[in-house]
Design a protein around this ligand. Structure first.
Ligand SMILES: NC(=O)C1=CN([C@@H]2O[C@H](COP(=O)(O)OP(=O)(O)OC[C@H]3O[C@@H](n4cnc5c(N)ncnc54)[C@H](OP(=O)(O)O)[C@@H]3O)[C@@H](O)[C@H]2O)C=CC1
Ligand SMILES: Cc1cn([C@H]2C[C@H](O)[C@@H](COP(=O)(O)OP(=O)(O)O[C@H]3O[C@@H](C)C(=O)[C@@H](O)[C@H]3O)O2)c(=O)[nH]c1=O
Length: 299
């Protein structure tokens, strides 16, 4: 009997990468759910239009599909939006996770995977392990931390994996938000001057590595908290600089800035980045080098 896997946020960067990797996987039946029309628009899965701010729609979806596995990737993922619309951020990032996991318990879902973020950490120390103390510097991180905590209280009723990731980059169709590699290439290619932070420390994550890791996590039924990111440490400035060198773009258009000279709406943790050994040992999580991933994304 094939496992039924439901993916929320299927129109998003991670959601579409998961569909790309799973749509031809003979061992599973894929159910995708997003807000409004399907934007991946390929075969190999069943799509449901569900607004996750509507609890009744969530319960109806899970009762209809009765998935064995839920990969909960949907979120209000713009830090700025979460600052400006905190009530909506709580509804989407925290309350929908609560309702979805309750519906999972009521419908005997076997495994619930929640995608969380490095922004649950303060950014004071960097290179975080799964068990490090969380202290989010912005409201987006708060909503994700609250979602993590409500899931921790349900581990006696539901097999739960919390997968945190960091500065994800990639290319999918009709993206709801851009990412640093696409943004940097677009701006420099158009001859636009850009200010790029050189004091944020990250382990940027190639979206296809993340998606593959999520798949390996549910196929090995690995539960608990896992950090899945790239293995290399960069500042955003270095990422864009490497890209500019590779594509012979004009680096004179780049100005290095930092938290004191570049005001972002919603405080970013300065030093994050992940230790990924637990995922590597737990389910053979593997990473692509930044330069190779960049070439795939921008090819
Ligand atoms: N991108 C990154 O750098 C990082 C992402 N993460 C987390 O990973 C997950 C995936 O991120 P990513 O793919 O980049 O994010 P995206 O913003 O690309 O995808 C999120 C998806 O959630 C959907 N969504 C938002 N609100 C609702 C709603 N009310 N009902 C139904 N669907 C909704 C969005 O729909 P629509 O397309 O219509 O807007 C979107 O397709 C998220 O949980 C995010 O917090 C964690 C760390 C880093
Ligand atoms: C727009 C802009 C971004 N940047 C940098 C800041 C940041 O490190 C990187 C990406 O900027 P963004 O504002 O898109 O991303 P940001 O909101 O910082 O990224 C976060 O997204 C959410 C979903 C997460 O969960 C986090 O892990 C993280 O990836 O690019 C500049 O340096 N200059 C700019 O003009």
């Amino acid at each position: 009997m094939k496992n039924k896997v439901l993916i929320t946020g299927s129109n998003g960067l991670l959601g579409q990468s998961l569909l790309k990797l799973l749509k031809n996987d003979e061992s599973v039946n894929i159910y995708a759910t997003g807000r409004g029309e399907d934007r991946f628009l390929e075969n190999g899965y069943t799509y449901h239009d569900v607004d996750l701010t509507n609890g009744d729609e969530i319960h109806q979806l899970i009762a209809d599909v009765k998935p064995d596995v839920i990969i909960h990737s949907a979120a209000m993922s713009r830090v700025e939006d979460c600052e400006d619309y905190p009530d909506l951020a709580v509804k989407v990032n925290t309350e929908a996770t609560d309702i979805l996991s309750d519906a999972a318990i009521q419908n005997n879902v076997q495994h619930f995977l929640f995608i969380s973020t490095d922004f649950v950490f303060s950014g004071d120390q960097g290179m975080y392990k799964e068990e490090d103390e969380r202290n989010p510097p912005n409201f987006y991180g708060q909503t994700k931390l609250r979602a993590e905590n409500l899931l921790f209280d349900k581990t006696d009723q539901l097999k739960i994996s919390i997968i945190r990731t960091c500065l994800v980059y990639g290319q999918v169709k009709d993206m709801s938000r851009s990412n640093i590699m696409l943004w940097g290439r677009k701006m420099l290619s158009e001859g636009m001057e850009i200010k790029v932070v050189n004091d944020q420390i990250r382990t940027p994550t190639f979206v296809d590595d993340l998606a593959q890791g999520v798949i390996q996590c549910f196929k090995t039924r690995s539960e608990g908290v896992y950090h899945l990111s790239g293995a290399e440490v960069f500042t955003p400035y270095k990422m864009v600089e490497i890209m500019a060198d590779e594509y012979k773009l004009d680096k004179k258009l780049m100005t290095a800035v930092n938290a004191s000279t570049f005001k972002e709406h919603g405080k970013r943790p300065l030093k994050t980045g992940f230790i990924i050994d637990k995922a590597k040992q737990g389910f053979n999580y593997q990473t692509t080098t930044f330069i190779e991933a960049m070439k795939k994304v921008l090819s």
